[in-house]
Design a protein around this ligand. Structure first.
Ligand code: SF4
Length: 156
């Protein structure tokens, strides 16, 4: 199995907070890719408010995370949103933000943030389109239509 390799500075070598109590939303493509590995969506998906689908947590960790070895069992095929972390989309604020749980957010450059925000905006748009066309992994019932903004750490 491939060890988890942080895309950024690896500040949290001891704890993978991004894989703990995850709320990662999945695209149709994510689910198809993971199922080709032999997993069944009934085992790793949960349906959440609004009809979106997220990774399931088991004992407070992502279904695919092994805390003893700090390994993501599907690392090479992990969801797109996991690849963009610590940039996440805050649905309540309707903004791309840096997840404060991730220490690497402190050391990311403005350019890195800008690139990841662009990818996250495209990802959210994909989720919206899948929802609008009923193509999401399960059945999406609601989309967020308001525009997103990008925010940076306050010390910038
Ligand atoms: S799929 Fe892998 S990288 Fe994503 S939250 Fe789960 S364990 Fe972490």
């Amino acid at each position: 199995m491939t060890p988890f390799v942080c895309n950024h500075d690896g500040s949290c070598e001891e704890v993978r907070l991004c894989c703990t109590n995850t709320e990662m939303t999945l695209t149709r493509e994510d689910v198809k890719r993971i199922e080709t590995l032999g997993y069944n969506r009934k085992d790793f998906l949960v349906r959440v408010e609004g009809g979106f689908c997220e990774l399931k947590n088991v004992d407070d960790n992502c279904f695919f995370y092994e805390p003893a070895t700090k390994v993501c069992r599907i690392y090479d095929n992990r969801p797109e949103g996991c690849r963009h972390y610590p940039i996440i989309y805050n649905a309540q604020k309707r903004k791309c933000i840096i997840d404060k749980d991730c220490p690497s957010g402190e050391t990311m450059t403005r350019e890195e943030i800008r690139k990841l925000c662009h990818k996250v905006r495209r990802l959210v748009e994909t989720l919206r389109q899948e929802a609008a066309h009923g193509e999401s992994p399960l059945t999406y019932t609601r989309t967020h239509q308001r525009p997103m903004e990008v925010i940076y750490p306050q010390n910038w």
